[in-house]
Every structure is written in C-alpha cells, then in structure tokens.
Design a protein. Structure first.
Length: 478
C-alpha cells in the first residue's frame, strides 16, 4: 500500500466469530506493519548477491545471472561473450601499499568498467581482483560474435591506459583477460567459469593481455597439473641437474663468469628448460625448494673447483625470483650456505628477472640493500621487457644489467633495434653498471655490439651453449 507517495508493506489477517449454531455474527480484522521486515529482507537479498566493496554482483549474483541467461530463449540462437579479468601486479599493491589502497583500486576499476558498459551488460566481482563481464546475445553469427569480442576486449584494455590515482599515487595497472564465446551448448555455470579461468590463466602464462578459450586449453591444463605434481618429486628422484653457460668479454672472448641454469631430466618428456617448468613451480609454491637446491649445488661445484685449483671465474650467477627474496631470513640463509662451503660472497651473483621484480618491487629494496652490505652482488636479468625500468636503476643497488635477447635478435637489420640497444647501453653506463648481453647467436650480432661498446660481456650459443657441470669444467676450467 502507499500513503502520500510512501510505500508500506502490511500483513492483513481476518477472523470470524459465530454463535452456537455456527452462524457468522461478524469478524475481526488485524493489520500489521511489515515495512521494517520487508526492507530488512530486501537488504539481505541485495547483500547476498552483491559485493559490499564495489556494489557489483558477487559470485552468487553472477551465478544467478548466468543461470537466467542460459534459460533465456535467445541463448538457443545467439552467442554471448564472457570476459574474465584479473589485475596484474595487484598482490604487490596490497603487500606494499596496504589493503586500503588495494580496496580503492578495486573500486576505481569497477567504476571504469561500469562507464564502458550499457544496461544490457553485466559486470561482477567474483572475489579478490577478478572481474567478469558478460555481453549477452551479441549475434547469431559466430564470426560477428568473435569480431565483437575483439573490439570489446580492446575497449576493456583501454581503461587501463591511464594510471589510477589513489591517495596521490599514480598506479599503472594492467589486466589479463580470458574470453569465452558462449554458445547454446553452455548451460553449466561452473563449466563456464572454469573455461574463462583457463583462458585468463593462458593469457597470464603467455604474457599476453588476451586469450580465447578453446577445447585444447582444458587438455593443456590437465597436462600442466600432472607435470606440476611430478615436479614436486623431481628433487627427491634426482631429476634436476645444473648446466653452466660461460659469460665472456666481447672484445676477445676471454672467460669472465658463468650462469647456472637448471634443467629437469623428465623421465618421459626428456630434458626440460626452466621456461617449461619454473612458472609451474612458482604457481605450485615449489620455487623456494628448487632455488635452495640450485644454491646448494652451485656452492658445491664452486667449492670443488677451488679445491682442485680450477676456479677461474669472477662469479657464478644464480637466478632467484624476487618473491623469494622476501622470505623470512633469506639473506641469513644464503650466507649460511656460502659459509658451509667456505665460499666468499663475491663468488656468487644473484640474478633477479625484471618481471618478478615488478611484482615485488617495494618489498625487495631492503633485502637487496642488505645483500649488498654483505658483499653479494645482484643483477637485473632480462632487462627491458618490464615496465618503468629506470625506477629500478635509480632506487636499487644492482651491480650488473643483463639485456634480454629479444633486443638483439634483429639488431643488424633493424635500425630501431640498434638505436634502442644503444640507448639502454648509455643508461647502463650512466648508472655505472656492468652490462651483459644475453643470447648472441652469431658473429654478425657480436660485431654490431662490439662497435657499440668493447667493454661489454656476453653469453649465447655463438660462444657456447649451456654445458653440464663436468663438461663445463673440462672445457673452460682446465
């Protein structure tokens, strides 16, 4: 009922009363105001289906929406598009700047998403930094649906071009997007979410921003799961091994140092390189165990080479993911292993990939400075493939810069590539960094780089592929 434009919810009850012969003499009516209960129930239903932080639909609300969509008659003839978004570097924002800033980022992302959507679209926050957008009933033609998905994915990516200004901080955030073209066969909500999650994970793994679901992704995920399970037992089964690749002076190929590179001798898949299993190790929480195994083995080898008077290197470089640096007592544990084998801190250099540094930047500064105080040198590995690289050079105490192989692949035929490498070299020299070029494969690449700077060091198949420890010792340490 409504009084003066204000709505009320009431409960009406009526009771009759009769004489001894059951003749109805009259009745009593009762009206009870149920407005408070109705409002409370409405608020509860809203809370159950909405995210309290952003006001978007939550996982329950999303399921309710998708269940309604697949029951709609239009679903039988029209394709809908689902976009599954995950914010890159969000964990590092939470860890370094606090959850309040993280919450503000989620709210700001929600607002930008809502601005690009019309009323027919749905956007929800499934939890954490994961968002889902559904554009329903786009077209009855699969090709048109795919075109629409491509166009709209670019619209979504464009909202991340401008930085998010949170508490006077300019935060640059990117997203990984999984896309599912929903056809009539899609009727199971959990299956839809699983397929979207697989495609989003694929986008992250491939360092792309967008990935479309296809049936092969499910099989790939199963294969990765089994490989991940096998990796957990690789150390106990002695399937991991170390190879060493020499690093030499570009001027005369004089041996300077070496990089330790792990290999997994899989019983059925053969020798797997780090890019085949290290991302799995990170995802499965095994990276710490593997890294400490590498540190111990490298120290064993150096100790043995010194005992045999074969030690001719300035150092051996070991790859460490930046997220491991923030483990409790990482510097202390590292130094204890060096001491156990009688090594000096100058015998080892820690290489940190720029990508992992991006995700853990603020948390690693103190650790890297502490390592430097103890005499341990650090290098930025794969420099140039991340973001805001200059900020690392200014703030962190690195000793060496390793330029990623991607920048020299076509250096002889591509003037832009040559100019870019020349600029990076100028930056490195400005900060007084030692510079190592990765991935020199032929003499022509070496000649071009030698003309740029004859003090460079390099590694690559042009000089030597990575060698097993014993072969490395025989070829270079005798």
């Amino acid at each position: 009922m409504s009084i003066n434009g204000k709505h009320f919810w009431i409960e009406a009850k009526a009771f009759s009363f009769s004489d001894s012969s059951n003749n109805i003499l009259g009745g009593v009516g009762m009206i009870e105001d149920k407005t408070k209960e109705h409002v409370a129930l409405t608020e509860l239903e809203y809370m159950v289906q909405h995210d309290m932080l952003t006001g978007l639909l939550n996982r329950r609300g999303f399921k309710h929406y998708i269940e309604s969509l697949v029951k709609d008659e239009k679903h039988e003839t029209s394709f809908s598009i689902l976009f599954y978004l995950d914010l890159n570097q969000f964990k590092s924002i939470n860890d370094s700047l606090g959850h309040e800033v993280g919450d503000d980022v989620l709210i700001a992302v929600s607002k930008r998403l809502l601005k690009i959507l019309d009323k027919s679209c749905m956007v929800s926050r499934l939890g954490g930094d994961e968002f889902v957008i559904i554009v329903p009933f786009v077209s009855e033609d699969i090709n048109e649906a795919n075109k629409s998905a491509h166009v709209f994915s670019e619209v979504i990516q464009d909202i991340f071009l401008e930085p998010f200004i949170i508490k006077d901080m300019h935060l640059h955030i990117k997203s990984s997007i999984g896309i599912v073209i929903m056809e009539a066969a899609y009727t199971n909500t959990e299956e839809i979410i699983r397929h979207a999650d697989l495609s989003m994970y694929q986008a992250k793994m491939a360092n792309d921003h967008v990935s479309y679901y296809d049936s092969s992704l499910a099989q790939q995920q199963k294969d990765l799961f089994h490989l991940q399970h096998e990796l957990a037992y690789a150390i106990e089964k002695s399937q991991l091994d170390l190879f060493y690749q020499p690093i030499v002076m570009i001027k005369d190929d004089t041996l300077y140092s070496a990089e330790a590179l792990i290999r997994w001798e899989h019983p059925t898949k053969g020798v797997l390189s780090p890019e085949d299993f290290i991302p799995l190790a990170i995802k499965a929480g095994l990276i710490s165990k593997i890294t400490w195994w590498v540190v111990d083995r490298v120290c064993q080898d150096i100790s043995q080479w010194k005992k045999e008077n074969k030690w001719k290197l300035q150092y051996v470089a070991i790859n460490v993911n930046a997220q491991q640096l923030v483990e409790i007592d990482f510097p202390e544990k590292f130094l204890r292993i060096l001491k156990r084998y009688g090594l000096e801190t100058k015998d080892i250099m820690i290489e940190i990939t720029e990508r992992s540094l991006i995700d853990n930047f603020d948390n690693t500064q103190d650790i890297i400075n502490e390592l430097r105080i103890h005499g341990l040198k650090c290098a930025i590995d794969d420099f140039g493939i991340g973001y805001s690289s200059l900020s690392y050079l200014k703030k962190l105490s690195f000793n060496t810069l390793k330029i990623d192989r991607a920048f020299i692949k076509d250096i002889k035929s591509n003037p832009k590539e040559l100019h870019l490498v020349s600029t990076i070299l100028d930056i490195g020299r400005h900060f007084n960094y030692n510079i190592v070029i990765e991935g020199i494969e032929d003499a022509s690449q070496k000649e071009v780089l030698l003309e740029l700077d004859d003090k460079l060091r390099y590694q690559g198949y042009h000089f030597s592929k990575p060698l097993h420890a014993e072969e490395f010792r025989q070829r270079f340490l005798t």
